[in-house]
Design a protein around this ligand. Structure first.
Ligand code: ZN
Length: 419
């Protein structure tokens, strides 16, 4: 998984342009994508797909001929979506175009200007402080012209048409945790769910530029979303060393929220559950009131809360392979739980079952689990079609995946059935 992150990291992405296409080509080598181009000028609800931005080089040269900011060193040096510019400016004319973070003098900030035509550069504050009076040569070789916005998806059909969406975004340039950690985990989660036989839900993996990309995607698939999408997750900020944070769905009490909390609680890892808030990532669009799709986000450190966020410090040293792998495992458990969270009906609802008769009393599972009898009786009792498996697991303070095993045994013995 880390190799994918390393391959994607150097590319200068934006909400449109060849950086997104190149990134999708790399992902497409690993999983089969359907790639869609949406022309500039396309109206998508209250938004219009902007002109396409591409860039080949950009730099500022100081009065002594030294480059003080060069796109070739870091694509963060250029304000993303800067219009083309070539000229020589006095320092006081240049200063309004320069951005730095005084409280973090050693990092290059990440800035964008998608919808306002201007240009700018981002510098380490310590370098900005060294600038002397004089004339500076500025060169930005970018283009802003009608083209298209690019996004991609990949669908794994399940037994039902009801879909779980797994959405990640790839519009950030060389930033590792914010944006492409989600893309890397999503790519591997696709492989896992594809290999898993007999999925109940269909899975739709969505790779879009953040905000305008998900808005364009929803515009194009509006009827499908309203009819078939059950819920989903936005994947981002998955590779740092922080504890898990689960941002709940807009509904706040959806089955997906219950499942995530159950899986996290019994994982042994530190975690925090957070109510839905705005802004955030693309859950803002999926959960806008017109769509109202329950979309949660299981992250590590939360965007905008870690100091490396939107700076050059969010790099390949900040994201570790072991953290990415740990998050992938957590998402696999969550989807396994989603695939297990059925409502069951006890087919012998009058009085308790005689467990011995059905080989359930002296079951080998009983030896390993002092709670076994309580679990099996509770499961049978609450298998009334009204309680989901996760609700029953929570009642027992037990992992849903453990209870799913018992439910499978009962189902094989034809003692319960799924509603
Ligand atoms: Zn971001």
């Amino acid at each position: 998984m880390y190799s994918l992150l390393k391959e994607l990291f150097p590319i200068c992405r934006s909400i449109t342009g060849d950086g997104v296409r190149e990134s999708l080509r790399i992902i497409n080598k690993r999983i089969p994508l359907r790639i869609t181009e949406v022309p500039s000028g396309t109206r998508c609800f209250d938004w219009i797909v902007p002109d396409e931005w591409d860039i080949s080089s950009a730099s500022i040269t100081d009065p002594r001929g030294r480059k003080i900011a060069d796109f070739a060193d870091s694509n963060l040096h250029v304000v993303n979506y800067s219009e083309p510019f070539s000229g020589t400016l006095e320092l006081h004319e240049l200063m309004p175009h320069l951005h730095s973070i005084p409280s973090q003098p050693d990092v290059i900030p990440y800035r964008t200007t998608y919808y306002t035509r201007q240009w700018g550069f981002c510098l380490r504050h310590r370098d900005l402080l060294k600038l002397k009076k004089g004339r500076y040569k500025v060169e930005i070789r970018s283009s802003l012209k009608p083209g298209s916005l690019t996004f991609a998806d990949a669908v794994i059909p399940g037994r039902t048409k009801k879909e779980i969406i797994i959405s990640s975004y790839l519009c950030h340039p060389s930033l590792a945790n914010d944006s492409i950690s989600g893309v890397a985990v999503a790519t591997h989660l696709y492989k896992h769910m594809k290999a898993r036989k007999d999925n109940h839900y269909s899975y739709r993996f969505i790779f879009v530029p953040e905000t305008i990309g998900s808005i364009a995607y929803l515009k194009m698939h509006k009827a499908h979303f309203l009819k078939n999408v059950y819920g989903g997750f936005v994947l981002t900020c998955l590779g740092d060393s922080g504890p898990f944070n689960y941002k709940k769905t807009r509904q706040g009490d959806h089955a997906l929220d219950r499942i995530c909390e159950n899986v996290l609680k019994h994982s042994g890892h530190p975690y925090r559950i957070r109510e839905f808030w705005l802004p955030g990532s693309d859950e803002r669009q999926y959960s806008s009131p017109g769509f109202n799709i329950p979309v949660g986000s299981l992250m590590r450190s939360v965007y905008a809360e870690f100091k490396e966020y939107h700076t050059s410090a969010d790099n390949l040293n900040f994201v570790k392979e072991s953290h990415l792998e740990g998050t992938l495992e957590m998402y696999k458990s969550v989807l396994e739980a989603v695939e297990s969270d059925f409502h069951y009906v006890n087919l012998n609802p009058f009085c308790e079952l005689h467990l011995t008769k059905h080989g359930l009393y002296d079951n080998p599972l009983k030896k390993d689990d002092p709670m076994y009898i309580r679990k099996i009786l509770t499961l049978l009792n609450f298998s009334d079609g009204q309680h989901s498996l996760c609700e029953i697991a929570d009642r027992l303070d037990a992992p849903i995946l453990e209870l799913a095993e018992l439910a499978r045994i009962l189902e094989q013995k034809k003692l319960v059935r799924k509603t």
